[in-house]
Design a protein around this ligand. Structure first.
Ligand code: ADP
Ligand code: ZN
Ligand code: ZN
Length: 735
């Protein structure tokens, strides 16, 4: 008999044990155990029982056989991880430098390891016919027919709540054998039935896109269609096709675009076959959806980014809608890019993947230009609806005329007019990111780092800092361009906007949709429904109002401060501005009435704005790709960010200097790579933890990345063990 051994990853965050450990498989386990099984094993000197995952099985090549411990227990009947999952784990480790366990936890349902299981309840079924002579017959007849009417099963509490039967009668009926009690799994996912979603016949452009994707030999596609061009309808038709072939599909949308409307459409079209997956699900709901998918009871997933990891069988299609959205990048370990994972899975499973957007990201469009992705365009809105009319307002002129309010005269009058016509308005204020850039209200000048072409950030100590290269300079009170003293940094959020607008339009009914008003579970849906039903005239909001909303009666969109996104300290700010303005503007004029958009800005000549007004993506792209190439930003490099945190600033600085020294040595022959920093992060301190960063710019080979990871592990393991480090490839923001 040959002995069998298992390679096991221990469920622990400790960096030191981020490697497989060998365990002996007991004889009675040999028949059962498979790669991917979750097991219990004794670990460490105390032989504490811990959970682990079997990543490999082998018979030979075992060292130190004497000291080897045995697997205690196999946790589940079927393996949790598949062979493909193991490849995915390797991909995540190599690409994002995460630990084994981080990759595993990303793939399996949260809650599994904290002991979550199915939720069960006891239901009563009809068991045997009444015999005629029975004297309490009438009661039982009522009871049994009541249960039959209610899907043939009810819990005891359902029955007593009906106030028709007493506990005594129910218990007696069980005892006499008329009813039978059984255990039943309660599903914690959304089982609501939705109205059927009426299918639109695809128009010519949509049909063209649909056929091109179906018939092409390519694996990856960019579907570039203007807002309201009916991309979702194309997706749904493709999904139908895939499901009919007996395959499954993943449809990803950014969390904020997973609106009640989107859910209604998919649930209404595909019914029970759809699983929903997003961050507002409870661990129980996630657990149930995960196993429902694993069992093949749902073959379409509509969800936010983490849904890419769901265990669909026989995957036939991956759709990433609004692919330009930055929420497709995870901010937790592994800090994966959903699009990269989609591409990997498409290769692994041999299925197609589609990146859809009205405003593709520069990197994606670059791939399309290179031929790595096939470009498909839809240039017109459905039913040939016109795109909204875009108007720009120069807020410097407003200031000159003594208007200091957040509403320009044009936007004020447009709101007034729209209210009179009883049409609806969306007001957008991009409050996210850091409104700490400094600009001149008189001429629009913004302080930027001359080295990096990135807005400098205002610090309370009176300095302006570039968080990319670390350059800093003293704040200036007077504009270097025009000499005005209206040099200010930006503030004001949606709440303040609501108060101000209410002041001007006291009888208008106003709703606000932002992080603060949508915290409770159904609040998002309530706001959405009430606006849809015409119970409000104006909807004010952040990014949440910028996508996924399809209200026919919205004819005016107001963008309060287009400059905010232009000046986030990031090389993507121009691109983001174009995207945001186009997306928000796309909410207007989706019904039969034409739409209008008013964009307020201090920098009306900015090219991103100009191109957004003209719906001119091509020129935006041409200009942007040139800048990226000159400045060596992605796609012409990768930005590798190493972050570190500690409560003790001195130790942190010392650590960063040591690290930087070691990295310089490592990279000494890598002429193409730039090492920037160490610098304090934009947010210098969070929860009493100081934050510093180092950036490596350029393309890094896998070996080099692994060496950097080793240096970090060694340093934090041996000397600086209270410092927390993180690595991020092409981070979303460098804050
Ligand atoms: P996008 O995702 O490109 O913004 P949608 O798929 O949401 O666009 O479509 C916008 C609106 O047009 C939706 O209300 C949708 O029901 C409708 N629609 C889509 N395709 C058609 C079509 N072929 N004919 C008529 N209406 C359509
Ligand atoms: Zn100025
Ligand atoms: Zn700089």
């Amino acid at each position: 008999m040959i002995d069998l051994y298992a390679e096991i990853i221990i469920n622990s965050d400790a960096i030191e044990i981020d490697r497989p450990f060998t365990y002996k498989v007991k004889q009675d386990q040999e028949e059962i155990i498979q790669i991917g099984h979750r097991v219990k094993v004794p670990f460490g000197r105390g032989n504490r029982l811990v959970e682990g995952f079997v990543l490999g099985l082998k018979c030979e090549g075992i060292e130190n056989i004497k000291g080897i411990k045995s697997i205690m227990d196999i946790q589940d009947q079927d393996p949790i991880l598949t062979r493909d999952d193991l490849k995915l784990i390797d991909f995540l480790r190599d690409t994002y430098l995460c630990k084994y366990i981080d990759a595993i936890r990303t793939i399996i349902p949260v809650g599994l390891m904290s002991g979550l299981t199915n939720k069960k309840k006891i239901v009563l079924h009809f068991n045997k016919e009444l015999d005629c002579g029975y004297d309490k017959k009438e009661n039982y007849v009522k009871l049994i027919s009541y249960i039959k009417e209610n899907d043939g099963e009810l819990t005891k509490s359902d029955l007593t709540k009906s106030n028709l039967f007493t506990v005594y009668t129910i218990n007696k009926a069980i005892k006499e054998g008329f009813l039978k009690a059984c255990e039943k799994i309660v599903y914690r996912y959304n089982t609501r039935i939705y109205d059927e979603d009426v299918k639109n016949n695809l128009n010519e452009e949509q049909l063209g896109a649909f056929n091109q994707i179906l018939n092409s030999q390519s694996k990856g596609f960019v579907l570039k269609g203007v807002t309201g061009s009916g991309k979702t309808e194309v997706y749904m038709n493709l999904v139908s096709k895939v499901l009919m072939e007996g395959k499954s599909a993943i449809m990803l949308v950014p969390e904020i675009a997973l609106t009640p409307q989107m859910i209604e459409r998919f649930k209404g079209r595909f019914g029970k076959n759809v699983a929903l997956f997003h961050s507002k699900l409870s661990p129980g709901e996630r657990y149930d959806e995960w196993f429902r998918i694993k069992k093949g009871e749902a073959s379409l997933v509509v969800g936010a980014r983490s849904a890419i990891f769901l265990p669909l069988n026989n995957l036939g299609l991956i759709i990433v809608d609004e692919e330009h959205e930055n929420t497709y990048k995870s901010e937790h370990n592994p800090k994966y890019s959903t699009k990269e994972v989609a591409k990997f899975l498409s290769n692994l499973k041999g299925c197609k993947y589609i990146l859809g957007s009205a405003t593709p990201s520069i990197e994606t469009y670059f791939e399309a230009q290179n031929g790595e992705l096939e470009l498909i365009e839809i240039k017109n809105r459905v039913r040939n609806r016109p795109l909204p009319v875009m108007e720009i307002v120069d807020m410097r002129e407003e200031l000159k005329c003594g208007n200091l309010s957040i509403l320009s005269r044009k936007l004020y009058h447009s709101i007034d007019e729209t209210l009179k016509k009883r049409e609806q308005i969306i007001i957008f204020l991009n409050r996210r990111g850091f409104s700490t850039f400094v600009s001149c209200r008189s001429c629009g000048y913004v302080f930027k780092c001359p080295e990096c072409d990135i807005s400098m950030t205002y610090h309370k100590n009176g300095y302006l800092v570039c968080h990319f290269c670390g350059r800093s300079q003293k704040e200036e009170k007077i504009c270097p361009k025009c000499g005005s003293k209206y040099v200010k940094f930006f503030g004001a959020g949606t709440e303040k906007a609501q108060v101000e607008i209410k002041k001007y339009f006291p009888s208008a009914r106003i709703l606000r949709m932002d992080v603060d008003t949508t915290r409770a579970k159904d609040s998002h849906e309530k706001i959405y429904n009430s606006f849809k039903n015409g119970e409000a005239d104006i909807l004010i909001g952040t990014q949440m109002v910028s996508k996924g909303l399809d209200f026919k009666n919205v004819t005016l969109v107001g963008i309060l401060a287009a400059d905010i996104s232009l000046n986030i300290p990031d090389y993507r700010s121009r691109e983001r501005t174009y995207q945001i303005i186009t997306q928000v503007a796309g909410r207007a004029g989706r019904g039969d009435k034409n739409g209008k958009v008013v964009v307020q800005t201090y920098t009306p000549n900015n090219v991103s704005l100009k191109y957004a007004m003209e719906n001119n993506y091509d020129d935006l792209y041409k200009e942007e790709i040139k800048i990226r190439s000159i400045m060596k930003y992605p796609p012409f490099s990768t930005i590798f960010l190493i972050g570190a945190q500690s409560k003790n600033e001195d130790t942190l600085k010392e650590f960063m200097r040591t690290l930087s020294g070691q990295l310089s040595k490592l990279l000494v022959d890598e002429k193409e790579l730039e090492l920037l920093g160490p610098n304090p992060c934009i947010i210098t301190k969070i929860k009493d933890n100081y934050r510093w960063q180092i950036i490596i710019k350029g393309f890094l080979e896998l070996e080099l990345k692994k060496n950097i990871k080793d240096i970090l592990y060694q340093l934090t393991k041996n000397v600086y063990n209270e410092i927390r480090v993180s690595m991020d490839i092409n981070p979303n923001n460098m804050s």
